[in-house]
Design a protein around this ligand. Structure first.
Ligand SMILES: [Zn+2]
Length: 279
């Protein structure tokens, strides 16, 4: 169990499980001889990716950042990714019921980040998994998701968000908003044009759910980006901007797809290399 105190807030990691991702796609232009020193690939060249959600208990509200892959994948997608669907069980094992969640925030709307936003009811209707929650997601992501490029159209499943837009249960954000005191979003383009990081601050301490800008601790080097990134040069610029604040202010970075290290302090060592120090 990964849990820590950040000022007045309690932060916990809950996983939706792990899934296989092609190692080449995960590390973009980085040669396998380099990435395979950090992460092991199986006989199909796949590496294990995690699905980490962040639960924040502020004392007043319960906030869930990201909702994993969910349980509504098509047969075809299950062939590629499996469908671990463990988030609700993991929350429940710690005594967190869906009714308890007040706020759900999505960094972007790819299927592996907002899958448990909704579930399919027995009668076939898509309903919110967290019935009382107010949901938040980037407006630009939702607009893009309606007409995605051929390249990443497979990643957008309207059942994960359109029913919430229709019911008015989701608020679409332009980026920069404070959702509740101490929890805000900031756009970091690169992976997509409108992906937003979730910044959590209490009593002078800050944690940041940086999402797919740096999905694992193996991606903290400026040039180690994913082939999935739509704007790889912007990924580098966004990482620089992130580090300009995160390094001097000692932010805790939360890694969405790291199966072993869901959060760490990123630091620059004496040789100028980025290193992740355990929390
Ligand atoms: Zn993504």
């Amino acid at each position: 169990m990964h849990r820590l105190t950040l000022g007045d807030f309690e932060l916990s990691i809950f996983s939706d499980g792990t899934y296989p991702l092609d190692g080449g796609a995960f590390f973009g232009v980085v040669p396998k001889v380099m990435w395979s020193r950090k992460v092991k690939a199986d006989e199909k060249n796949c590496v294990t990716a995690g699905l980490n959600s962040l639960l924040i208990r502020t004392g007043k509200q319960t906030v869930l950042v990201e909702t994993g892959m969910g349980n509504k994948l098509s047969e075809r997608m299950i062939k590629f990714y499996g469908q671990p669907a463990k988030l609700l069980d993991n929350l429940s094992a710690d005594g967190v019921s869906p009714e308890e969640v007040d706020i759900v925030i999505n960094s972007h709307l790819h299927f592996d980040h907002c899958g448990w936003n909704t579930v399919r009811h027995n009668n076939g209707k898509i309903v919110p998994t967290f019935p009382r929650a107010r949901y938040f997601a980037p407006k630009g992501e939702w607009q893009y998701a309606r007409r995605p490029s051929e390249r990443d159209a497979i990643s957008y499943l309207p059942d994960n968000y359109d029913p919430l837009v229709e019911s008015g249960q989701i608020t679409l954000l332009k980026g920069g908003e404070e959702i509740i005191p101490g929890i805000s979003v900031k756009t970091f383009p690169g992976h997509t044009a409108h992906m937003q990081a979730i910044i959590v601050t209490s009593q002078g301490r800050t944690a940041c759910y940086i999402s797919d800008l740096m999905p694992t601790t193996a991606h903290i080097d400026l040039t180690w980006g994913m082939a999935f990134d739509l704007y790889p040069l912007q990924t580098i610029e966004s990482k620089k901007l992130y580090y300009q604040r995160a390094l001097p202010d000692k932010w805790l970075t939360v890694f969405t797809h790291d199966p072993n290290t869901p959060w760490a302090y990123v630091e620059k060592d004496d040789a100028g290399k980025m290193v992740a120090r355990g929390a």
